[in-house]
Ligand binder design. Structure first.
Ligand SMILES: C[S@@+](CC[C@H](N)C(=O)[O-])C[C@H]1O[C@@H](n2cnc3c(N)ncnc32)[C@H](O)[C@@H]1O
Length: 394
C-alpha cells in the first residue's frame, strides 16, 4: 500500500486543475486520477517532490492522503515490451512471478525478482526501461541487510546515451547516490550505503502534524531528537516548517548515513556541516549531530533531559531500545515519543502493554500509546507506528 497526497477537486473543475498541475509539474508520474467514494470529486495524485504548500491557485482545494492508483497505461506498456522480448509462452509461464510493481528512487527503479523469473533479469530491465523513459538505472533488490538496514542491490539494466545496457554496466550509469525530491526538499541518499525509504512520506507528514500540535501546546519551537536519523528524511520535513525546530539532535550509527546527513543538513539548515562523518558533537548552537550508538546517549548528561520530541525509527528494535531512550526526554514539560514497530498481529496487545509500561505516564486527556498498523511487512508481520504524549514529571 502506498499512501500519497492527492488534491480533491469537484468534477467540473478537474480539467482546469489538471492544467495548472501540469504547468507547475505537480502531477505524480505513473499514477492516475480516480473518483472519490461519493463520485462528486476526482482525486488527483500529487508528485511526492511537490512542496507542502501548493501554489495559491490551488489553495482552495483540500489535500487528502489516499492509497495511490497506478496508471495502467504504463503497466500495459511494460507487459507489451516484455512479451515482445520473451514471447507470450514464457510470459504466461511466469504467471504472478513477474515484477509488475517497483519502487522509484529519483531516476532509479528497484524491483524484486522472484526465483522463477530471475534468469530473465536483462529482459525485465529492458522492458522496464522502455516503458519508463525517465529511468536511468534498474536494480534488483535482494532485501535489507543487518542493523544498518542497507539494501542489497544489483544493477540489471541502465540507460546510457539513449542506449539500453544490460551487461557490464559502466560505473557512470550504475551510480546509486541520488537526490530524491520529497515535500519540496532534495534528500541525498544511497540505498546501498544507508537506509532510506521513499514510501514513508505520509508517515513523515503525520509526524509533522503531531509536532505542530506539540508546538501549540508548548508555545515555542521544539527540541527534536532523532537518534536513528539515517540520512535525515524526517528532519527534512520538520525543518521545512518555519519556527518548528528549535534545537536538534541528529545521529546514527552508520558513518555512511552520517556523511549524507551532513550534506543534507548543510542544504536544509543553511549552516556548515563537516565533510566527513564525525562522532556526535555540538556543531552549532542548537545543533548536535554525528555518529552515535543511540543506546549510549543516555550516559551523556549534556544530552539527557533535553528533548521535547523523540523519534524512534528502528522498527525491529524500538521496544527493546525504549528504556535507554526515555532519559533523553525533557520531563519538565509535555513531551512526545513517536515510534515505529514491526510486530505480528497476534503480539500487538503485548507490544502495546510493553510500550505503555516502559514510557512515563501519558498526558491527561490523551489516549494511551497504541500501535496502528500502517502496512504489511511480511505475511505475518505488520509495520506499525505509535505516538505517546508524555506528562511532565510531578
Ligand atoms: C529504519 S532506519 C531509519 C532511518 C531514518 N530515520 C529514516 O526514516 O529514513 C534505522 C536507522 O537506525 C540506524 N541504527 C541501527 N542501530 C542503531 C543504534 N544502535 N544507534 C543508532 N542508530 C542505529 C541504522 O543505521 C538506520 O539508519
Amino acid at each position: 500500500m502506498n499512501v500519497m497526497r492527492h488534491i480533491s477537486v469537484p468534477n467540473p473543475q478537474v480539467e482546469h486543475v489538471l492544467g495548472l498541475m501540469r504547468e507547475y509539474s505537480l502531477l505524480a508520474s505513473g499514477m492516475r486520477v480516480f473518483a472519490s467514494k461519493d463520485g462528486d470529486y476526482r482525486l488527483i495524485p500529487i508528485d511526492s517532490g511537490a512542496a507542502l504548500t501548493l501554489p495559491s491557485e490551488l489553495s482552495e482545494f483540500s489535500i487528502v492522503e489516499h492509497e495511490g492508483h497506478p496508471d495502467e497505461r504504463t503497466d500495459s506498456d511494460w507487459w507489451a515490451h516484455l512479451r515482445n522480448l520473451l514471447g507470450d509462452e514464457i510470459v504466461e509461464a511466469g504467471g504472478e512471478a513477474w515484477p509488475s510493481s517497483h519502487e522509484f528512487f529519483a531516476d532509479m527503479m528497484i524491483v524484486r525478482l522472484e526465483e522463477e523469473v530471475a534468469q530473465y533479469s536483462s529482459e525485465i530491465a529492458t522492458a522496464k526501461l522502455l516503458s519508463h523513459p525517465h529511468i536511468r538505472l534498474v536494480l534488483s533488490d535482494a532485501g535489507v541487510l543487518g542493523e544498518l538496514r542497507i539494501r542489497d542491490l544489483t544493477p540489471i539494466g541502465a540507460r546510457l546515451h539513449d542506449e539500453i545496457v544490460v551487461e557490464n554496466i559502466p560505473e557512470e550509469a550504475a551510480n546509486t547516490r541520488v537526490l530524491v525530491r520529497e515535500s519540496g526538499r532534495s534528500i541525498l541518499c544511497d540505498p546501498t550505503r544507508a537506509y532510506f525509504s521513499t514510501k514513508l512520506q505520509s508517515e513523515r507528514l503525520e509526524t509533522l502534524g503531531l509536532a505542530k500540535e506539540l508546538r501549540s501546546l508548548l508555545n515555542r519551537p521544539l527540541r527534536v531528537c532523532d537518534p536513528f536519523c539515517g540520512v535525515g528524511p524526517a528532519l527534512a520535513t520538520l525543518l521545512g516548517e518555519p519556527d518548528l525546530v528549535g534545537a536538534l539532535l541528529a545521529s546514527d550509527i552508520n558513518p555512511e548515513a552520517v556523511e549524507m546527513l551532513f550534506d543534507n543538513l548543510r542544504r536544509w539548515d543553511s549552516k556548515e556541516y563537516p565533510g566527513e562523518p564525525t562522532p556526535i558533537t555540538d556543531l552549532h548552537e542548537d545543533r548536535i549531530a554525528g555518529l552515535a550508538d543511540a543506546t549510549d546517549l543516555q550516559h551523556n548528561p549534556e544530552l539527557t533531559g533535553r528533548w521535547d520530541l523523540l523519534l524512534v525509527n528502528l522498527p525491529h528494535r524500538t521496544i527493546e531500545f525504549l528504556p535507554s531512550l526515555v532519559p533523553l526526554l525533557d520531563r519538565s514539560g509535555t513531551s512526545m515519543v513517536r515510534g515505529r514497530v514491526i510486530v505480528s498481529e497476534s503480539e500487538m496487545e503485548d507490544a502495546n502493554e510493553t510500550i505503555q509500561g516502559t514510557l512515563p505516564p501519558r498526558l491527561q486527556g490523551t489516549p494511551e500509546p497504541t500501535l496502528k498498523i500502517k502496512r504489511d511487512y511480511s505475511s505475518t508481520l505488520r509495520l506499525c507506528s505509535f505516538e505517546a504524549w508524555i506528562a511532565p514529571a510531578p
